[in-house]
Design a protein around this ligand. Sequence first.
Ligand SMILES: O=c1ccn([C@@H]2O[C@H](COP(=O)(O)OP(=O)(O)O[C@H]3O[C@H](CO)[C@@H](O)[C@H](O)[C@H]3O)[C@@H](O)[C@H]2O)c(=O)[nH]1
Ligand SMILES: [Mn+2]
Length: 763
Amino acid sequence: MASQNSSPPLQQRLKVDRKFMNAFSLLLLLLLLSFMSYRLATLPTLEGLEYWFWALALACETCFTWLWLLSINGNWNPVLFKTYPERLPLRFKSELELPAIDVFVTTADPFMEPPIIVINTVLSILAVDYPTSKFAVYVSDDACSIITFYSLSMASEFARTWVPFCKKHNVSVRAPFMYFSDNTAASDSFSPEFLSEWKMVKSQYEELCRRVSEAVSGSCKYHQYMRSEDLAFFSRIERGDHPSVVKVIVENGEKGSEGVGHLIYIGREKRRKHRHHFKAGAMNTLFRVSGVMTNAPFTMNVDCDMFVNNPRCFYEALCLLFGFESERDAGFVQFPQVFYGGLKDDPFGNQLKVLYHTLGRGFAGLQGMLYSGTGCFHRRKAIYGAQPPELPNGKGQLTKYMNGSDEAKMEELESIFGHSEEFLKSVVCILSEDGYLGSYNPVSLASTLEAAHEVARCTYENHTQWGDKVGLVYGSTTEDVLSGLRLHSMGWKSASCTPEPPGFLGCAPSSGPESLTQSKRWATGILEVLVGSHSPLLAVVTKKLQFRQCWAYITITVWALCSLPELCYATLPAICILTGRSFLPKVTQSDALFPISLFILFNLYSIIEYWQIKLSLREWWNNQRMARINCTSAWLFGLFDVILKLLHLSETVFVVTPKDDHGSSGDEAKDRGRLTFDSSLLFLPPTTLLLLNLAALGAGIPMLTSGDISLVGEMVCSAWVVASFFPFAKGLVRKGRYGLPWSTIFKSGVIASFIVHVCRYIA
Ligand SMILES: O=c1ccn([C@@H]2O[C@H](COP(=O)(O)OP(=O)(O)O[C@H]3O[C@H](CO)[C@@H](O)[C@H](O)[C@H]3O)[C@@H](O)[C@H]2O)c(=O)[nH]1
Ligand SMILES: [Mn+2]
């Protein structure tokens, strides 16, 4: 087995220099604090409406300062992990010594997540550079759809050509749609043999695409290609109400790198009255089914749209999983989410480049990067609730269960993990120090099917600790953040893996409503984390969550709460202009230097962040604009969702993001970056803010032209709000999906004019 100490390190933790930005952020903090003290000192001299406007502004600025302090904590000492995969052969003498990895892919709906995307992801995994006998791919289909199952079966046929082709020619991107979208792969510089092979593989892929699209369009004659028992099973399936199904699509009988890795299809049991916990529930089923079938010590999971972009990513991850003195330093290894085919300059602000860059490295410098749901390698024993070994060679706490013959202990184990004997055996193997890395190897996959069906039943988790102390944690629509937090609370650390080219690529939503719905789900989910029983605020006191990591978690979990001060701050300038009062010092006074310098320096700071990772000014502007839009719509509604949940008035749900069928959105390139709208309530607050500020500017400009500059600061703020919500201004005049629906404009108009009248009345 792998020897621990003698070989050169597999990874290096590099500190990123941030002195300048840290100093800059402290300067901003100082300015914020001085401005707040100035406001405090000025308040007693004010009266009437102005007093209240200044007080409200001070309250908002207190929130912003607090957030700024949190972000300074999160960004203060970033680190970067450098990996040395070329040194792995010194650690693992032969391919057979490499650890096994179980790979999970989740999909939930064949129409929102076209099967062609799912199979491209699966094919890219099957073709990774890793011995095929050392990994298994499990696909969980929450729709239990014949279309997905059929597409996977067809894809497995194609894999027999695709996988050897990729390995033989060392293909760099192994998702076929991506590979064939680039015709330079077949340029004249290649040999005639390669070209004829390339053409053959390409035509097979096209045939696969044709069959899959027939299945989606409903014109497929399944009986020609499917076994009658599978056909009979799937034709009886009623979505959301069906028994569990586990089917082995490919079983790899090889010892080394030949053939294609195991491919297993799972549709967990669904019953109408039974809560199924969305993705977290699917993942927990995956952990159990793979436990009884292959039980690899490491697992990796991706969303169905996240294909492997760097075929050596398994080796990259191993460098971190094995690269530290203690396992504790890498409870899980997260690759950043990077998106393919992203629109130029990120018009919807959802490619998260700066977020991943700064926050990602910042978290890495603390206890470790968040689990972000996809592109992540987990230590199975950490998922099963084992504590990290405290000392370099210490034993984990759950190892007391190693001795499986002890009945009392087995009973206790059953109350944690459920009653499947096969599964408990696999757990004991994972939790025992010696058995852990040599995976539990059943005779054949077929012999494990009965147990696999059993652990995929919806009642299996009743009276167990699944979803709480074991597996991914239930209770948030961002199960990823919550589950990563649990691991950090247990004392595990995580590492970020950022190879070049990036390990995985996925797709970001490409329309306004989808983008905002995704943001809303995230804001809801992470606020649920803050207020739930696994809250970082509790874990930092009662568990092993580190102090600064706790505050870093809070920085992101308060997103939904930020919507309130943002909303106030975007309304204040308009209200001030309409009532003829101020909330800022007059421009003619020197005190005005506080807000002016804050405004300029803050934007400069954020522009530098973009410039540092070579993003354009346009992208900065798009992102800051979308941040305002998100904050006052998606995050605000996220907050309402959580309040309703806390009052037991409704449940939060995971709304799946629709994925584009590889560039088939049909829009002209120039239109793709335009915000699209629908009648969702999400568009109401931004439209109202826009109309209100337009009305205020309308009232204010005559003042300016008559030489009254007392409210010039408020006018600049109002104009900034209008500029930020400019896509909505375009929406007012455009038609179709690029235009705001009449109902939204009408409702917003009523609210805005109501506010204008109130302002007139109180002025
Ligand atoms: O009931 C469900 C709902 C979703 N999913 C799967 O969950 C994944 C993510 O769903 P998606 O709609 O793409 O959500 P995103 O907002 O894009 O996902 C991000 O945010 C999620 C919640 O934080 C994380 O789980 C994801 O990994 C992360 O990519 C997809 O593979 C889905 O098939 C299920 O398996 N079952
Ligand atoms: Mn997604």
